[in-house]
Design a protein around this ligand. Structure first.
Ligand code: GLN
Length: 218
């Protein structure tokens, strides 16, 4: 039996490199998961943002879905960012659930078109003492959470981040803004100790141009 002591990122489609960069900034070298066998020694798996219909099709084509569910049942924690949060939801408004691993109800594309994407600044005390800039890209809304799921962040009429014992769901993209707080939070949730003192990536990288342009306060 292998020990679950690594962090993986599902590497089929979406924002993989950006998550990897944040983890590397914390001193964690992630496993880029392309085949089911790579799930065996993972303490945690990040399902990146991208396109949830595309992701579930690729998960099924490459026969990763059953192994992913089994690994999760065996203790592998999952963090779904944006499309990843849609993948793990037990209920999707007007659609069939996909992996169904977390008792949340989501509404896809709930803010409108791609052009309606935006940045905002929030405080999530459980995750960080500092304010955090968050990027929402054609994001879903978490409409409701079930038993055993805590809302970490309420905004207006929706929930933007939620957590259960084995899952974390964020409808925004912490990998696209400088704060390392969410990555640290997830890695520690997986039982892995971080020794790095860094709280932000050293400087904004090219993929953060979007975040800068979309931020109405700048
Ligand atoms: N709109 C996408 C979907 O429904 C999610 C977008 C994202 O991950 N940024 O799958």
């Amino acid at each position: 039996m292998t020990t679950r002591n690594k962090i993986g990122i599902l590497d089929l489609q979406g924002g993989v490199h950006e998550h990897a960069f944040h983890l590397q900034s914390l001193g964690i070298e992630p496993v880029r998961v392309k085949v089911a066998e790579q799930l065996d020694d993972l303490a945690g798996l990040i399902l990146p943002g991208g396109e949830s219909t595309c992701l579930i099709r690729l998960l099924n084509i490459f026969e990763i879905t059953p192994k992913l569910k089994a690994a999760h049942a065996d203790g592998m924690k999952i963090w779904g960012t944006c499309a990843g949060a849609i993948l793990i939801a037990n209920r999707i408004e007007g659609d069939q659930p996909q992996l169904g691993l977390m008792d949340i109800t989501v509404a896809r594309n709930a803010f409108g078109y791609q052009i309606d994407s935006f940045n905002t600044i929030v405080n999530i005390p459980k995750v960080s003492k500092k304010d955090m800039e968050l990027t929402f890209i054609r994001a879903p809304k978490i409409r409701a959470v079930g038993k055993g799921v805590d809302a970490l962040l309420h905004i207006d009429d929706y929930i933007a981040a939620a957590e259960s014992e084995k899952c974390l769901a964020t409808v925004f993209h912490p990998e696209l803004t400088p704060s390392l707080a969410f990555h640290k939070y997830f890695v520690e949730k997986c039982g892995i100790t971080i020794t790095s003192e860094l709280t932000e990536i050293p400087e904004r990288t090219s993929w953060m141009q979007f975040a800068r342009i979309a931020n109405p306060t700048k």
